[in-house]
Design a protein around this ligand. Structure first.
Ligand SMILES: C[S@+](CC[C@H](N)C(=O)[O-])C[C@H]1O[C@@H](n2cnc3c(N)ncnc32)[C@H](O)[C@@H]1O
Ligand SMILES: C[S@@+](CC[C@H](N)C(=O)[O-])C[C@H]1O[C@@H](n2cnc3c(N)ncnc32)[C@H](O)[C@@H]1O
Ligand code: SF4
Length: 446
């Protein structure tokens, strides 16, 4: 999981539909810590397009294969929900927009333009805001990439996944390597220096050697940003069933560990700097939208199943909320039409929950969590106080996988590969500290 992309949302159970509360109800958590209102004025915006042409064998993201899509209704609802959530929040400036999915390159360029116009009409969209669109190779031809550029997109994230025919078939992708290369080349011509590729490793049938040569090939054609995801076997997917039935075998853990290690070295040799567990950039082409997540900055999530973290205007107190929008697109449309938004779940984050997010997200970055970053969320307790005395934390440091020093807290190069075993230790220490020293900040839901 460490090398996969599953972010904090799922880790903290915020995506679990069985925990959803009714529309408009807030799960309140006692808290004495107010967020600095100035911090919550800048945010990023995520827009979810939930439709795909075909179900990939491994994917359990919130996506649907519809018979047809009513683009007009979807556009109106995405605009409406964007407007409502912007008005409900204290956000006055949007610094990045990310159109993800599903397959947002199946949306019409006019939809993308309409959403961006709504943002500009109701808040300030920064002049140099990063506006990313995820592009699937096969679907890119439907709306030409230049139209998306005219609509306001200035960064493409291309879902290459693999350049190997057999791997693409195992993954159930509906494109071949040639189509992926064509889409990538077109994206690079349109947005030089601002194209990312998603590539997966740990695919059944892949060996360390075949992965290494595949990555070398990716490096010959890619731009300045690469996201490497370890294929995660997700329950309920076709691949999961195939593995259960013994039709397909996932590579062993030590093999995927070697794949990750060699990929990091190969990327480094090619001039890429790793800035997060799965993300590599050269020429400083880092994704500011995703950095916002890892730095625990506020964001608004629009569209079926989207997540958000922001301080609402109406509460009267400056507490950040975690929000999840209704998952199923038809239900989401009805709710947006009736209420202006389809927030299915709202949780007020208490001080401890917010610090857990800062820790879990921050340690994914190679820069880790500086003392200043921590102090922005917890001015009254520093990292040394919370973690420094712990024998378990000292053990992690002695093993050379964790560093706590004058700069702050971060994983070592080796340690980043073990983040999933480091985090529970740190979260336990954080929890214990708060329950011992600041019990009023650590109370759970009432
Ligand atoms: C992390 S991946 C790939 C990012 C890509 N590698 C890049 O650098 O731009 C993006 C996916 O995460 C999910 N995602 C990101 N932000 C989200 C949010 N706020 N709510 C729900 N899903 C989100 C979406 O499924 C989206 O397609
Ligand atoms: C949810 S997809 C949306 C983007 C687009 N539809 C695509 O497939 O390229 C975002 C990224 O998630 C990654 N992803 C999805 N399921 C995954 C899994 N089970 N394991 C690892 N990565 C996964 C893929 O690399 C994909 O590029
Ligand atoms: S990986 Fe992308 S294209 Fe494939 S089903 Fe998931 S969201 Fe759709």
């Amino acid at each position: 999981m460490t090398r996969s992309l599953r972010p904090l949302f799922q880790r903290l159970g915020l995506m679990c539909p069985c925990k959803q509360t009714g529309e408009g109800r807030v799960a309140r958590v006692h808290s004495s810590q107010k967020e600095n209102p100035r911090d919550s004025q800048h945010a990023s915006l995520y827009i979810h397009w939930p439709y795909c042409l075909k179900r990939c064998s491994y994917c359990n993201f919130n996506k649907y294969i519809p018979r047809s899509v009513d683009n007009k209704v979807m556009t109106e609802c995405l605009q409406q929900e964007t407007q409502t959530l912007l008005q409900l929040s204290r956000v006055s400036q949007i610094s990045s927009v990310f159109f993800g999915g599903g397959t947002p390159s199946l949306a019409q360029a006019s939809t993308i333009a309409a959403v961006l116009e709504t943002v500009s009409a109701h808040t300030r969209l920064c002049d140099h805001a990063e506006v990313t669109l995820e592009v699937n190779p096969a679907s890119a031809g439907r709306t030409a990439l230049p139209d998306f550029l005219s609509a306001g997109v200035n960064r493409f994230s291309v879902g290459v996944q693999s350049l190997n025919d057999a791997s693409l078939r195992v993954l159930g992708r509906d494109h071949d390597p040639v189509q992926a290369l064509q889409t990538l080349a077109e994206a690079r011509t349109l947005c030089p220096g601002r194209v990312s590729v998603d590539v997966m490793f740990g695919i059944p049938g892949q060996s360390v050697a075949s992965w290494e040569s595949e990555l070398e090939e990716v490096l010959r054609v890619c731009d300045d940003h690469v996201s490497l995801y370890q294929l995660t076997l997700e329950r309920g997917t076709h691949l999961y069933k195939q593995v259960q039935l013994g039709e397909v075998r996932m590579p062993a853990d030590d093999v995927t560990a070697s794949m990750y290690r060699s990929a990091r070295k190969i990327l480094e040799q090619a001039g890429f700097l790793q800035y997060e567990v799965s993300n590599f950039a050269r020429q400083n082409a880092v994704s500011t939208h995703n950095l916002g997540y890892w730095r625990a900055q506020p964001y608004i999530g629009v569209g079926p199943g989207a997540h958000g973290r922001f301080v609402p205007r109406a509460l009267g107190v400056a507490h950040r909320e975690a929000r999840t929008q209704t998952l199923e697109p038809d239900v989401w449309i009805k709710e947006v039409q009736q209420h202006g938004h389809a927030t299915r779940r709202r949780i007020q984050l208490n001080h401890l929950s917010l610090l857990e997010e800062v820790l879990v997200m921050g340690l994914r970055m190679t820069e880790g969590i500086s003392h200043q970053h921590w102090a922005a969320f917890s001015p009254e307790t520093d990292l040394h106080q919370v973690l420094g005395a712990s024998a378990d934390v000292q053990d992690l440091q002695q093993r050379g996988i964790l560093i706590l020093d004058d700069r702050g807290l971060r994983c070592s190069w080796e340690g980043l590969a073990f983040l999933d075993s480091i985090l529970p230790v740190l979260l336990l220490e954080l929890d214990t500290f708060f329950h011992t020293h600041r019990p009023e900040d650590g109370q759970r839901e009432q």
